[in-house]
Design a protein around this ligand. Sequence first.
Ligand SMILES: Cc1cc2nc3c(=O)[nH]c(=O)nc-3n(C[C@H](O)[C@H](O)[C@H](O)COP(=O)(O)OP(=O)(O)OC[C@H]3O[C@@H](n4cnc5c(N)ncnc54)[C@H](O)[C@@H]3O)c2cc1C
Length: 483
Amino acid sequence: MTYQEAAEHAFGQAVSFDPQILRSYDHDLGEMPRPLMALIQHRPHTVVVARSAADVATALSLAKRYDVPVTPRGQASAGYGGAIPSRGGMVLDLSNCNRILAVDADKNTVDVEPGVVWEDLSRALAPHGLDNRVCPTSAPSSTVGGWFAMGGVGIGSLRYGSIRDSVLEIDVAGLDGTIRTFAGADMEPFHQTCGGLGVITRLRLACRPAEAILPLAVRLPDAAAAARFLETLATTPAAYSASLVNAGYCALRAQAEGHRPAITSGFLVSIALLAPQADTAAIARLASDCGGEVLDDAVAAQEWEGRYYPMRIKKIGPSALVGEFFIPFEGFAATSADLTAALPDDAFGLEAFAVRGGKLAVLVYILDDAKALLYPLRMAKAMIPLRLAARHGGAPYATGMWFSALAKGIYGPDKYERIARLKTARDSRDLLNPGSIGGPWLPFLPIISLSRCILWGTACLAPLAARLSYTRRRATKHPGATA
Ligand SMILES: Cc1cc2nc3c(=O)[nH]c(=O)nc-3n(C[C@H](O)[C@H](O)[C@H](O)COP(=O)(O)OP(=O)(O)OC[C@H]3O[C@@H](n4cnc5c(N)ncnc54)[C@H](O)[C@@H]3O)c2cc1C
């Protein structure tokens, strides 16, 4: 039997070789210029839409038998290239594995298939008096399995940490077609490794009691004050979530939406408090001690209601280069000052999430146009934020395909070694999402080279790219845009 016959026999209508369908699976939500995409085999030759764990196991057995690379895919919202094939092969679409399997309201846990979307899960938990502890701001579309496999922080991370801290147990399908359960430390290698060690078919999540949220908005005069404020806020029992944007971000968002900016200088911190324990007077005192002030309730409500629409400023780009990094609270002020100095001609917006343990996950949006001729050169600018943050204790956020060369720094040496050993044991022919979990011992040199090109860009091209000033066609620069 040929590979195609075997796939059609196993999956019937759920497998496709149609070029139109394949084209819709050769990218994710990130914007990559065509010349860069041309360096990799990003078009799959097969798409399988899995509907159950058994389908996943069958697809992986098939891949092993016919030596076909497999790229798992949730909703492809990660933007780091993890859900894009790097060596063609099969894309395994998990978005239809979306059943909520069991809710245990006594233990505050839920078992889900990997394709369950975060916002749907929140809705399904409500009748049980429960809610998600954490979720990404892409919650209306992104999947539980995708976020765990990608790793990340988001709404709720001030209280509950990363997605890793809320997953209690997972089932993982391997290339031999078996499904095994992992918990505790044994689960660790599957977090953040983009399906490079197996495909997750079930997750058990810890939930929180569905307490009402009280939003609050505070303006702080500068980055140092904002970091000081967040450090103390993190110790407040009612604090659930906190995110921060700079005045530049507010200016760009106001421009995109045609209203007045919420602040014109300093930083806006949006706080979500657990209403039953909230002491707003204490937060107001804390803000005042840090030189800040509590803003109007309408601003707080607007920020909380808009939490799932973070990229509105892209409208005026029409694209955005995005630099992302973790930074300890104490390194934030220096990094913020360095950024303002390094990007003098750019309208950039800064957005960050406070994370349990005293750090911020920071996104820097630099507006640009992905269709412009010089865009591939200017892409090096997206590495500037991470390079500056590294001087002040910063670290990269996630790997995916584009940043696989940074894997050792992201996982740390111990986890990296463990992953390397597991990769050899579970997938010696590198069929599971090749190119996603990095390391010189893996045979995906084109991808490593691409990552390195981007890294070299930091050192060699960034100063040049910074001088190639980009005049946005439609937008007029707002005075607060580089604050
Ligand atoms: C508007 C917007 C807001 C965002 N906000 C946040 C945020 O607040 N915090 C944050 O961390 N990220 C955020 N992201 C990034 C992204 O949405 C998250 O990483 C998201 O959870 C990925 O889910 P997905 O279903 O789209 O996964 P995909 O992008 O499809 O996959 C991500 C990676 O996981 C692998 N994978 C997917 N499913 C499985 C599986 N079942 N088993 C094994 N591997 C698998 C894929 O191969 C890929 O490498 C945002 C993105 C956008 C566009």
